[in-house]
Design a protein. Sequence first.
Length: 307
Amino acid sequence: MIYTITFNPSIDYIVEVDDFQLGKVNRTANEYILTGGKGINVSIVLNNLGIESQALGFIAGFTGSYIQSHLEENGIHTDFIDVQNGYSRINFKMKSHEESEVNGNGPMINENDLTKLIEKIKKLHEGDILVLSGSIPKCISDDIYAHIMKEINHLGIKVVVDATGNLLMNVLEYKPFLIKPNNHELEEMFHVKLSNQKDIVRYAKKLQEMGAKNVLISMAGDGALFVCENGKVYFCDAPKGQVVNSVGAGDSMVAGFIAGYVKTQDYLQAFKMGVATGSASAFSKDLATADEVELLLKTINEVEYEY
Ligand SMILES: Nc1ncnc2c1ncn2[C@@H]1O[C@H](COP(=O)(O)OP(=O)(O)OP(=O)(O)O)[C@@H](O)[C@H]1O
Ligand SMILES: O=P(O)(O)OC[C@@]1(O)O[C@H](CO)[C@@H](O)[C@@H]1O
């Protein structure tokens, strides 16, 4: 079974404003809401691709109830912990001349809530896949993903981590199966400016040396690089298309990679499926569907990188 954990689920309120004026009253040309949070997006896309998963994490208040019922209505299993403090956040995403986002901090999670989550995770089995995705509320220490990995290290579970900064750096010693920073997050982690693919590969390999088995570096419209545990390095161009909503493109890539890997056990197929799924989400209002992914997958060709 695949489990996703979202510490900080959200309702994403997406507004389109034709010509946003700072400091003025602006009116939307279009607006809609999506259920979000990185792990939840992974579960939604896996479901779209016909793969079962269970979404774990913390929800709170009326927004949390909406998130849970929306997922369940769409056939996604959930097992959230309902925390009694505040409400799940509403993240604001505005599309105008540029895309801007304001993400909330999320509800207060206490020790007791955390213990409940760890107890659930300890019941996972060998062969399960666990996805740890997204930011954590400020009240939680940035070694929490590492702590979770330490607790289940002996169980033979493949752990995928999509996070940044210390939250990601701290897990490396526990050898995650896959990590997926984007190129900007890679720069921030090493305090460097990476201006070409060769440099990006060099730093992705450092993450591998530090413990990650597979490293996927997404680069939005510039495609993605994959440093594989078999020693090979691949690059795929992103398919060309009209970007409609890139929120969740990275999560879709993670879901696509997992789906590809589960179906074929082949890393290259998984990588290509990841790129196709990321782009399919970027090219649509909502997250990628199986038909959209299948169409794009046919157009994707890899280049093996000589390093
Ligand atoms: N403008 C684009 N054109 C084509 N494909 C795109 C575009 N933006 C994203 N993608 C696809 O989605 C993948 C992931 O995108 P990106 O690098 O933006 O992830 P991310 O930064 O983790 O995104 P987010 O945090 O918004 O989920 C890319 O590798 C690519 O396949
Ligand atoms: O604040 P975080 O947890 O880093 O990111 C949260 C978020 O921006 O990520 C998803 C897209 O990747 C959205 O659904 C959600 O609003």
